[in-house]
Design a protein around this ligand. Structure first.
Ligand SMILES: NC(=O)NCCC[C@H](N)C(=O)O
Length: 327
């Protein structure tokens, strides 16, 4: 991997992603991982709630032989305005890696800028555990899941991502990271959204630029039924992120759910073997019907499990000569 940090998919690149996925596959298959990070300490810092990311990183560190330490920003002096740079510089003297989730409610991109500032101030790896622009760890888990479900060569397969939120012009980091990863790996990813819910152009333009060199097919559309036709996997990104939408926005989303939900009928359009993916959280009857989310096409718990395996591989690659040497 080129740099010390993983703040977005570009920091890994195609080779880095491939190496993490291959190590994750071996680890999941039963390789003894308990010595990779023996004696090391991993810090986990969150400014908003986390279920999958927090617990999977804690268990990942433990299974690699490391200790993990979890903090909320209110517990550190960050809430009282000690700077992120000073905090990161101090933490780097105690820890071997720092995993940070920072989603800025008021300033789109502000969380990502804080991560960049921490990474610059700390001489240890800083890993993005979701910010307001990217969620690389989720996407690594998704890619491992897609390989398991559709085979190691995803080039001929097509994945459709659907969503319907862009609260106050913010667009979802999971989709930004998916778009960049799909472009880097030369995959066929379709992004379908209602009119007015398009993605941040910085990411669509960067993905198009990368795709031109890799042969990836990264497409945006606004027709849900047409887009899912023939898809191998349909992936829902939740409509709610960490922010509670206002009354008007909720009414608009409720109206939207009548025509923009992943239903069994929609999945049948995709095809008899199409699978359903969802990074969660999502709400039955809003983004997706219960009979899809809880039904036989759903692979959401396999997807959640894979967060653990890819994050073990990622921490090992960042902190262990042994993991880098073998990769
Ligand atoms: N799997 C996760 O990490 N879930 C946390 C929220 C991610 C979600 N895509 C969101 O930003 O709304």
């Amino acid at each position: 991997m080129p740099g010390k940090d993983v703040l977005g998919m570009a920091d890994l690149g195609a080779d880095g992603i491939g190496a993490v996925l291959e190590l994750a596959r071996r680890m999941k298959a039963g390789e003894d991982t308990t010595r990779y990070l023996a004696g090391k300490n991993v810090g986990l810092l969150f400014n908003v709630p986390s279920t999958r990311t927090r617990v999977s990183f804690q268990v990942a560190a433990s299974q690699l032989g490391a200790d993990s330490h979890t903090y909320g920003v209110e517990e550190l002096r960050l809430a009282n305005r000690e700077t992120v740079e000073d905090t990161a510089g101090v933490l780097a003297r105690y820890l071997d890696a720092l995993v940070v989730r920072w989603y800025d409610m008021d300033d789109y991109g502000g969380g990502h800028r804080r991560l960049e500032a921490m990474a610059a101030a700390a001489d240890i790896p800083v890993v993005n555990a979701l910010d307001d622009l990217e969620h690389p760890c989720q996407v690594l888990g998704d890619l491992l899941t897609l390989r398991e479900l559709l085979g190691p060569d995803l080039a001929g397969r097509r994945v459709v991502y659907t969503w319907a939120y862009s609260s106050r012009q913010k667009t979802p980091g999971v989709l930004h990271s998916s778009m960049l990863a799909g472009a880097l790996l030369g995959l066929r990813f379709t992004f379908v959204h209602p009119e007015h819910f398009g993605l941040d152009r910085r990411f669509t333009e960067e993905a198009a630029r990368i795709a031109a060199g890799t042969g990836a097919e990264i497409v945006s559309r606004t027709d849900l039924e047409g887009a899912v036709s023939g898809a191998d996997a349909v992936y829902v990104q939740s409509w709610k992120s960490f922010e509670l939408a206002g009354q008007d926005e909720w009414q608009a989303r409720t109206r939207l759910a009548a025509r923009w939900r992943v239903t069994e009928e929609l999945m049948e359009r995709a095809g008899p073997d199409a699978v359903f993916l969802d990074c969660m959280p999502s709400n039955r009857g809003e983004e997706v019907d219960a009979d899809v989310k809880d039904g036989p096409r759903s692979r959401i718990f396999q997807q959640a499990e894979n967060r653990l395996h890819v994050q073990k591989a990622l921490l090992a690659r960042l902190l262990s000569e042994r993991a880098r040497g073998e990769g």
